[in-house]
Design a protein around this ligand. Structure first.
Ligand SMILES: O=c1ccn([C@@H]2O[C@H](COP(=O)(O)O)[C@@H](O)[C@H]2O)c(=O)[nH]1
Length: 282
């Protein structure tokens, strides 16, 4: 049986539900703001509310693994159950876990997140390329086998990233461009969208990056709390806009715990992104 690729599933989800990813980031400050204890019980309630508010309307949710791991095995169990609930409503789950290591260890990460029999199985993960994009090959292979996706960090939203990611190699390309070029080759021009994406922050300004051959999705975090705005997307992504997946966490979650207010926040940021991306064309 052939599995539908992540790229095809993501394209459909973005077309049907709109180009938006909502980050599930249970910061202790947010738990407090929502009137919840900073404990596994508080985490579980926070996640229940996010499922109720987002699962039937948002294309992609992006749980940040660190906020679950900080509660140890109980937090990971809540992450597993939250992943399942979002998937049951047809919402794609991108686990923000930024894994990367030597290839043999990456294979174990691939088993953890991209093998359907795993309790942490998700639609896609984020990965770090700083041991070499090639070292992530076991993740790419597992993802391709099971219709999952991988988003590799290229130019991240934090200011510290630039000193590494904008560094120029002997061939004149930046590290970020090298990552993009290697991911482009994996996608190989597949339509409607490749399953291998990159992460480019919405805070990075004009990049000079060539994304014309990427063929895969672009996750754009850094909107809202980190200062990026929907309007910034136009300058950062003058091309490939249909592949851009804007991502908000605190900007949306700050409207909780009322589910109607969370949904209104989703509608607001989605309308802003749609307006900008539609007017940017292409
Ligand atoms: O370049 C990157 C890559 C990942 N992130 C993650 O996205 C969210 C951002 O949260 P906000 O509340 O919207 O600022 C968070 O989980 C980061 O780890 C990123 O910010 N930048």
């Amino acid at each position: 049986m052939t599995v539908e690729s992540f790229g095809a599933r993501l394209r459909r989800a973005m077309d049907e539900r709109g180009p938006l990813c909502v980050g599930i980031d249970p910061h202790s400050a947010l738990l407090e703001k929502w009137g919840l204890p900073d404990s596994p019980d508080g985490l579980a309630r926070f996640c229940e509310v996010t499922v109720e508010a987002f699962a039937d309307r948002v294309a992609v949710v992006k749980p940040q693994s660190a906020f679950f791991e900080r509660f140890g095995s109980r937090g990971v169990a809540i992450l597993e159950s939250t992943i399942r609930q979002f998937k049951n409503f047809g919402c794609l789950v991108l686990l923000d876990v930024k894994r990367g290591d030597i290839g043999s260890t990456v294979r174990a990460y691939a088993d953890a997140y991209l093998e359907p029999s795993s309790s942490l199985y998700v639609d896609a993960v984020t990965a770090s390329p700083y041991l070499g994009v090639g070292s992530l090959a076991p993740m790419f292979e597992k993802a391709a086998e099971h219709g999952a996706g991988v988003f590799v960090l290229a130019l991240t939203s934090n200011p510290e990233g630039a000193s590494v990611q904008r560094a120029v190699g002997s061939d004149g390309r930046t590290v970020a461009q090298t990552v993009i070029d290697e991911i482009s080759q994996l996608n190989g021009g597949v339509k409607p969208l490749g399953s291998f994406g990159v992460v480019i922050g919405a805070t990075v300004g004009k990049t000079g990056l060539d994304l014309s051959k990427l063929g895969g999705p672009i996750l754009a975090p850094g909107l809202g709390a980190q200062g990026g705005t929907a309007n910034d997307l136009r300058e950062i992504f003058p091309e490939n806009v249909s592949a851009v997946l804007p991502s908000y966490s605190r900007e949306v979650l700050g409207s909780g715990p009322d589910t109607e207010r969370l949904r209104t926040a989703v509608d607001r940021v989605l309308a802003e992104c749609r307006g900008v991306l539609a007017s940017a064309g292409g």
